[in-house]
Design a protein around this ligand. Structure first.
Ligand code: SAH
Length: 466
């Protein structure tokens, strides 16, 4: 991804003093998820252009598990290296941090003056929001030009690309241009890479203090910058509104809850597994089976709980079971550990005596991998034949996908998912199962619940009637 800033004027090479970057010496900066390069493709007394090039490592990103869309191909195949995302904001503040403050020891007067500046942002994600580009940048005095593309010339019916190349020009102070870019690039990139926490409110208000309170689109900018986290948006909005006293649109702020604070450090996977372990513990189970255990993430937590005297994991995939055995260090395990933990290769859609005799079963993000036509077989295998007294089952809530920007046109969260249910479909299914096989079921949500779409994961705890 590339950002260029062009200064047209007398002694245009002074841009180097304002940015604290020598036009004649390319520089490289290490960032958390890649590298940033600064160089000048064009240097003359009339016109000088500085370029900030980001080289993001998608693998490194996936390892950090920083993405919001959890799991699956997205971890490795994503648009992050190529688009102007919030990483660009991070790089702007890191590489041009001094320029953003307005300090310019060698050219302070110039830094304090509005200059003829143009910024070009390549590949800004901007799904069907082209008119917003103007509504966001024009009130700040910019002339806005953007180029759109077709996704693939060979496949015109794929329609327009979600990205634009944006050019904004104005007579503006360099520090203001940088601040505008810093806040407004993530507004268009809905898929922020870091957890948005309360400190983001401070950052937004600090960087936006001179211009955001007056901006006609401040509600949109605030909402999008804070990734629509309701409580943060409210907090920011209230403070913006009080900075601009005539504003009647105050929404009451809610304090950050313990849950939301925890959210910053725990990703959805961790929270989901935590909820499942808690449900398995609280039902008093001693012998537990993880149905569709995959690479053993849940098993790894279960073995840490002394309450569980017998732990089994079942999966159809040899590869997954091998990874699970590695994670559990089965090769070097003591006899008692081998006695306690068993890994079973088997199919969930065939009746299997090895699944019986457990007090509780976990079925974490598995049913959506089954062909809907095979679901009925699975229902009988688990609830009729294995018949554990408690089943803790999770599955994605499809409604929540509206919050994942990389999921459009109704696509599912994982390439291997055969279906994803909304909350009512899941409830209907679960109640039908409970009724048919003699269980009761209680529902809960896992992950931050969106007001409209609910939480990303839905959980049902089935209890066999006495
Ligand atoms: N519970 C794990 C893995 C979820 S992915 C976790 O939360 O991390 C779904 C898993 O179900 C995969 O490991 C897949 O191999 C397994 N699976 C899918 N269909 C199956 C079937 N018919 N029989 C057994 N396992 C199956």
């Amino acid at each position: 991804m590339l950002l260029t800033i062009t200064y047209t004027g007398e002694s245009a090479t002074d841009l180097g003093y304002l940015l604290y970057k020598n036009p004649y010496r390319p520089q490289m900066f290490e960032l958390n998820h890649g590298k940033a390069y600064v160089f000048y493709p064009e240097v003359s007394q009339q016109r000088t252009t500085a370029a900030l090039l980001l080289d993001i490592d998608p693998i490194n990103l996936a390892r950090g598990k920083a993405g919001q869309a959890s799991g699956g191909l997205f971890d490795y195949v994503n648009d992050r290296p190529y688009v102007s995302s919030s990483f660009l904001s991070t790089a702007i503040s890191k590489v041009f941090g001094t320029a953003m403050t307005g300090r310019a020891d060698e050219r302070q007067a110039l830094s304090d003056s509005p200059l003829n500046l143009t910024a070009a942002v390549t590949m800004l994600p901007c799904r069907a929001e082209h008119e917003k580009l103007k509504r966001v940048f024009e009130p700040l005095g910019y002339e806005v030009i953007y180029d759109t593309f077709v996704s693939d010339e060979n496949f015109p019916n794929w329609g327009e690309s979600s990205y634009v190349n944006l050019t904004i020009s104005a007579k503006v102070r360099l520090r203001d241009l940088l601040k505008h870019l810093y806040v407004l690039i993530p507004v268009f990139d809905r898929q922020k890479h870091y957890w948005v926490g309360a400190d983001e409110v401070e950052k937004l208000l600090r960087i936006g203090e001179d211009w955001l309170p007056m901006h006609p689109e401040k509600a949109y900018i605030t909402g999008r910058y804070l990734n629509r986290r309701r409580y943060l948006v409210n907090m920011a909005y209230e403070r913006l509104a009080s900075a601009n006293a005539d504003d009647g649109e105050i929404i009451t702020a809610e304090p950050e809850s313990a849950d939301e604070a925890r959210d910053k450090v725990m990703n959805l996977n961790t929270r989901r597994l935590g909820s499942v372990v808690a449900a398995l513990k609280s039902c008093g189970a001693k012998r537990v089976i993880d149905i569709g255990c995959g690479e053993g993430n849940l098993l790894n937590l279960l073995v840490k709980e002394r309450q569980f005297t017998h732990i089994a994991g079942v999966d159809v995939s040899h590869v997954a079971l091998k990874r699970a055995a590695e994670k559990l260090k089965m090769e070097r395990a003591s006899d008692s550990m081998r006695e306690r933990v068993s890994l079973i290769q088997g199919s969930l859609t065939y009746k299997d005596a090895r699944f019986s005799g457990y007090d509780a079963a976990g079925v974490v993000e598995v049913i959506e991998h089954l062909d809907i036509a095979r679901l009925a077989a699975f229902e009988r295998v688990l609830f009729e034949f294995a018949k554990p007294p408690v089943v803790v089952l999770t599955t994605p809530n499809r409604e929540y996908n509206a919050n994942y920007e990389n999921l459009h046109n109704g696509s599912l969260r994982h390439a291997d998912h055969r279906f994803e249910w909304n909350r009512s479909e899941f409830r209907t299914w679960a109640l039908k199962i409970a009724n048919r096989f003699g269980y009761t079921v209680q529902f809960s949500e896992i992950g931050d619940a969106d007001e409209k779409y609910g939480a990303p994961t839905q959980m049902g705890v089935f209890t066999l009637c006495e």
